[in-house]
Design a protein around this ligand. Structure first.
Ligand SMILES: Cc1ncc(COP(=O)(O)O)c(C=O)c1O
Length: 423
């Protein structure tokens, strides 16, 4: 066995940083995107160009939703979604503590209270037991997030939502192209949202899409932020056309044009990511990592490739030790980046009250600590890069690095012990 890089041996990854960046390049902007932007200039329309409708129609068609409204970000689409549901200030919404903040905080601008719940290890979805425990009669809705692209536990949570008559907001920002029981992710919410931000699977630069089958929700989202569409309404809501509700969320056509191109290529780009992540998964699963490949119920996408170190007999190293050893072999690996939301200063210091603006007596208290399940889960996670091209010699070097560390775990452990490196 080759000497570990930790002990002064050669790194398994010998390729240059440039080559790594080429093979993990994202987003992949090219001639198609340039041509689509050129059209906007030729048409001399960079604000209301019909490409926005084209983007919306393409999402409606692909997801099978009756209505789509493009926004300038996923966050603004979520703001519109929480507003459109017509809930009352003080109503509560169940939401995972392990997600990006935009799944939760936008609701607070409408006086809605996030009730944080644990996530679970089988698919990073909401934990059913936690959700059952947190339910109370003031809970009116639930946010589901297919984290990293995995819609694994949709079934149980959607069943729970149905039983308890909860509205469902699906924050599908990580999961363009994923399916649950042969139905597209993005079609499970009363309102569903995709972020089209530049790192996402169908990037637009900045953008978001709101999808729904219910015309009332669509109209409310229009009232929230799309002044041109208010003028088009053939309902009494049209009377608000002169003022709107004071917020503007429409996407820019440049973003819409890029987003439309990305959506057209989505299946191809997803397939490359998937094949590459599966190659890494093969190597990683040898050493006891859960890699979250597809199951019979769901097809995932690889927005980010996050794996979990399961504690079992083949595993000697901790997640941190794996990260240090792989980093020394030249791999770009890290711990995933979502801290538990409920214990961030915005919540624990009460800063959220400036946004929530409901009676003090109704304001929730968010305490740090607790949520051991999600915390333990986070401690076991490692993020690998997604390789995005078919030229994957750097990927092969990563696989070599995984085997090098995996087959030398005892030596790596001994090295850390000798060096008194503790994690
Ligand atoms: C789960 C999730 N929801 C919502 C958003 C917000 O999207 P945007 O950045 O387009 O506002 C993000 C962005 O990273 C996200 O990861």
């Amino acid at each position: 066995m080759e000497k570990l890089a930790l002990q002064g041996g050669n790194k398994a990854v010998q390729s240059s940083q440039n080559k790594f960046e080429e093979q993990t390049r994202w987003p992949q902007m090219g001639k198609d995107e340039l041509n689509s932007i050129n059209t906007l200039f030729e048409d001399a329309n960079i604000t209301t160009h019909p490409v926005i409708r084209d983007l919306e129609n393409a999402y409606s068609e692909r997801i099978g939703s009756k209505y789509a409204l493009a926004h300038h970000s996923g966050t603004s689409a979520l703001m519109a979604a929480f507003w459109a549901l017509d809930l009352e200030p003080g109503d509560q919404i169940l939401v995972p503590t392990g997600t990006f903040w935009a799944s939760a905080i936008p609701m607070m601008w409408h006086g809605l209270i996030p009730v944080f719940c644990e996530i679970e290890e089988s698919a990073f979805g909401l934990d059913l037991a936690a959700v059952q425990k947190k339910w109370n009669p003031n809970v009116k809705a639930i946010v589901i997030v297919p984290l990293w692209g995995i819609p694994g536990n949709y079934g149980a949570i959607l069943e729970f939502a149905k039983e308890n008559k909860l509205l469902v907001i699906e924050d599908a920002s990580h999961a363009h192209g994923a399916m649950y029981k042969n139905q597209p992710v993005g079609s499970f919410g009363d309102i569903s949202v995709f972020s089209l931000q530049g790192f996402k699977l169908a990037p637009a630069g900045e953008g978001g899409i709101l999808l729904t089958d219910k015309i009332e929700y669509f109209h409310k989202a229009v009232l929230f932020g799309d002044i041109y569409r208010i003028m088009e309404l053939d309902t009494p809501d049209r009377r608000f056309a002169a003022t709107s509700f004071g917020i503007k969320t429409r996407i820019a056509p440049v973003s819409a044009a890029i987003g439309l191109n990305s959506l057209k290529k989505l299946d191809k780009t997803n397939a490359v990511r998937e094949a590459n992540c599966e190659r890494l998964s093969e190597a990683l699963s040898t050493y006891g990592f859960a890699c979250y490949g597809d199951s019979t119920d769901w097809h995932r996408t690889y927005f980010e490739f996050v794996v979990r170190l399961q504690s079992n007999s083949v595993n000697i190293l901790s997640a941190d030790e794996w990260v240090t050893a792989l980093t020394s072999e030249g791999c770009d690996v890290s711990r995933p980046r979502y801290p538990l939301l409920h214990e961030q200063p915005f919540f624990t210091e009460g800063a959220f009250k400036k946004v929530l603006r409901i009676e003090e007596s109704k304001c929730p208290k968010y305490e740090p600590g607790g949520f051991e399940k999600t915390r333990n889960l986070n401690d076991q996670l490692i993020k690998f890069p997604c390789f995005t091209t078919n030229d994957n010699d750097v990927l092969e070097e990563y696989i070599e690095a995984i085997h090098k560390v995996g087959t030398s775990q005892k030596e790596v452990k001994a090295f850390f012990t000798k060096e008194k490196m503790t994690y």
